[in-house]
Design a protein around this ligand. Structure first.
Ligand code: PEP
Ligand code: MG
Length: 312
């Protein structure tokens, strides 16, 4: 039966036939928790911790980090909170972590986990602060690394987490090599989260910050769906936390590809929740197959909608 209007606007994410898809919020810090809760987020799927580190000449103190993380974890008792470790470099340069010399192409340079491998002390301090923040709370802390390229990097990050006493490490899938070889990374970690913004940037070799190339950020590109597909079925739970997750029709397509949770900016949650509640998993799968069979983003959108009759 169709869910009531109230369930559609506040309940957990679930398809019409009862397949659960946790709906989570993307946040930049404790200040975003209120909106996440107001829109019925079941937890946090992407806590972008770099905002703590930007625009300063020294890293935040251990205490400052611990306090920020605890505020978020406390807001979701019993819920999941996925924290992304510092994603510095490229579009997020840090004053106190200079790039190693000139980088003509910062988006292809030492950013994300690559920078943490150069500064393991910064990562270790962050992981330790996260472990302290989560102690004694019921929220399920999950920590993931950005900009991971291969199994060796995933293994290195998982070991750093274990060292800090943090279980259930994960990695973001936002580099095409990682998506294509997701099966190699899966044994090293306990979950994936696909960052469709960077995945589109790197799949199309088109800087996401260059306005004139905006069409390559279209998350309906069949090439992007082809990269999501192998990651979604690699054997570990696989969420999506890029902009794609907040498009109601595309959210159904992602679920049809095998994605197990969706994280988005809080205001997108109600429409995505409603779209899932009105379609079966089988309809989502048919929409996904139709979208992947298309040749352009426009055709993919049209084709998917043909299998999702109850979209608002
Ligand atoms: C992404 O790349 O899709 C993502 C979620 O991370 P960010 O936008 O912060 O790079
Ligand atoms: Mg990213």
């Amino acid at each position: 039966a169709r869910a009531s209007a109230l369930e559609e606007s506040t309940g957990p994410g679930v398809t019409k036939d009862g397949h659960k898809v946790p709906l989570l919020a993307n946040i930049g810090g404790p200040k975003d928790v209120e909106a996440a809760l107001a829109h019925g987020a079941e937890g946090v799927g992407l806590y972008r911790t770099e905002f703590l580190f930007l625009d300063r000449s020294a890293p935040p103190s251990d205490e400052e980090q611990e306090e920020a993380y605890r505020k978020v974890l406390e807001a979701f008792p019993g819920g999941r909170v996925v924290v992304r470790t510092l994603d510095a470099g490229a579009d997020k340069p840090l004053g106190f972590l200079p790039a190693p010399g000139e980088e003509p192409n910062p988006a292809l340079g030492e950013r994300g986990l690559r920078m943490m491998r150069r500064h393991p002390d910064v990562l270790a301090a962050q992981l330790a602060a996260l472990a302290r923040a989560a102690a004694g709370l019921t929220a399920r802390l999950q920590v993931m690394a950005p900009m991971v390229t291969d199994a060796a990097e995933a293994a290195w990050f998982a070991a750093a987490c274990r060292e800090a006493g943090i279980g259930h490490p994960g990695v973001m899938i936002e580099v095409p090599a990682a998506a294509l070889r997701a099966g190699d990374l899966a044994p090293e970690v306990e979950f994936f989260s696909i960052g469709t913004n960077d995945l589109a940037q790197y799949a199309c070799a088109a800087d996401r910050q260059v306005g004139g190339l905006a069409r390559f950020q279209d998350p309906w590109q069949p090439a992007l769906l082809d990269l999501v597909a192998p990651a979604a079925v690699a054997g570990v739970p696989c969420g999506v936390c890029g902009e794609a997750a907040g498009d109601p029709a595309l959210a159904c397509v992602l679920v049809g590809l095998g994605v197990t949770s969706l994280s988005m900016s809080a205001p997108s949650l109600p429409l995505v929740r409603a779209a899932l509640a009105r379609h079966t998993l089988d309809e989502c799968r048919r929409a996904a197959a139709a979208a992947r069979a298309a040749r352009t983003p426009e055709q993919a959108r049209e084709a998917a909608r043909g299998h999702l009759p109850a979209l608002a």
